[in-house]
Write a protein that binds this ligand. Structure first.
Ligand code: G3H
Ligand code: 13P
Ligand code: ZN
Length: 309
């Protein structure tokens, strides 16, 4: 099976009131852990590559690994560019065979964001590639840029509706209270479901994307802290809040931090318990297993994308 786009996935997800997990990938072990989980749970999948991941691993390595994963599992997998910051990076990924790209013009004015997104949509659609855009501003850390919680800007539903109509983008990432990284809320977690509801009422069935949607699972935070880390104050989006969003038109849920925490917790644990070890397979293996179990649980209990092939 070749790489797929997200069109069919999102249509089915919306009808079935579940979401597709979009997991950030940076190396082979992360890809294998995610894909093995999806295979066991019979779930469609989006694997996404950030600019940082492309720089770290080289895009071509990640693409070939994802192609190997498809050959190994026969799963429908979309390969997506996460947070493309300009037309050039989107074009490069489209030309390299990605089936989906994100143009993140959220830092620009509304009109500039519309113009940039339209340019990417035109290029992508002519080549059968789908486009995610973003409106509003999430708090948190992303590609070394930090946005404070008080500087985050919720998406304006009326603007979102106009934005989708004018740009023709295939899905829209909105800011309703989630944020990137491990420190998402200072106080109680809160999501603005009312924004989601307004957009869905005006654009029924339109795929909404939630970035910054890791739960920051306590088991991995505790393990990191127990084995020499310091993640005090870490807080993510509770699983029941994500479940609710998935039933309200959120078709894509982005997860990176939970993968990082699972991997790091297991590696920390390994070295404290086995200080003399120096075989990478001995610590990357358990890290991969932890990712697999974590993703399996997310697919079943949070995303609801199990048995949806
Ligand atoms: O939203 C950003 C993702 O977590 C990717 O992070 O840019 O450090 O690879 P990165
Ligand atoms: P988290 O930091 O919550 O995992 O979000 C990842 C993300 O939005 C990638 O684009
Ligand atoms: Zn993001």
């Amino acid at each position: 099976m070749p790489l797929v786009t997200t069109t069919e996935m999102f249509k089915k997800a919306h009808e079935g009131k579940y979401a597709i997990g979009a997991f950030n990938v940076n190396n082979m072990e992360i890809i294998q852990g995610i894909v093995d989980a999806a295979k066991e749970e019979q779930s469609p999948l989006i694997l996404q590559v950030s600019a940082g991941a492309r720089k770290y691993a080289k895009g071509i390595y990640l693409k070939k690994l994802v192609e190997a994963a498809i050959e190994d599992t026969d799963l429908p997998i979309a390969l997506h560019l996460d947070h493309g910051e300009d037309f050039e990076i989107c074009k490069e990924c489209i030309d390299a065979g990605f089936t989906s790209v994100m143009i993140d013009g959220s830092k620009y004015s509304f009109e500039e964001n519309v113009a940039l997104t339209k340019q990417v949509v035109e290029y992508a659609h002519a080549r059968g590639v789908v486009v995610e855009a973003e409106l509003g501003k999430l708090a948190g850390v992303e590609d070394d840029i930090s946005v404070a919680e008080e500087d985050a800007i919720y998406t304006d539903p009326d603007e979102a509706i106009e934005f989708v109509k004018r740009t023709g983008c295939d899905s829209l990432a909105i800011a309703i209270g989630t944020s990137h990284g491990a420190y998402k809320f200072k106080g109680e977690p809160k999501l603005r479901y009312d924004i989601l509801e307004k957009i869905q009422t005006a654009l029924p069935g339109y795929p909404i994307v939630l970035h910054g949607a890791s739960t920051v699972l306590p088991e991995f935070v505790e393990l990191c802290n127990k084995y020499g880390g310091d993640l005090s104050g870490a807080k993510g989006v509770p699983e029941d809040m994500l479940r609710k969003a998935a039933t309200m038109g959120v078709s894509k849920i982005n997860i990176d931090t939970d993968l990082r925490l699972a991997m790091t917790a297991k590696i920390r644990q390994h070295f404290v318990e086995n200080p003399a070890d120096f075989d990478p397979r001995k610590y990357l293996g358990p890290a991969r297993d932890a990712i697999k179990e974590m993703v399996r649980r997310k697919i079943k209990d949070v995303l609801g994308s199990d048995n949806k092939l």
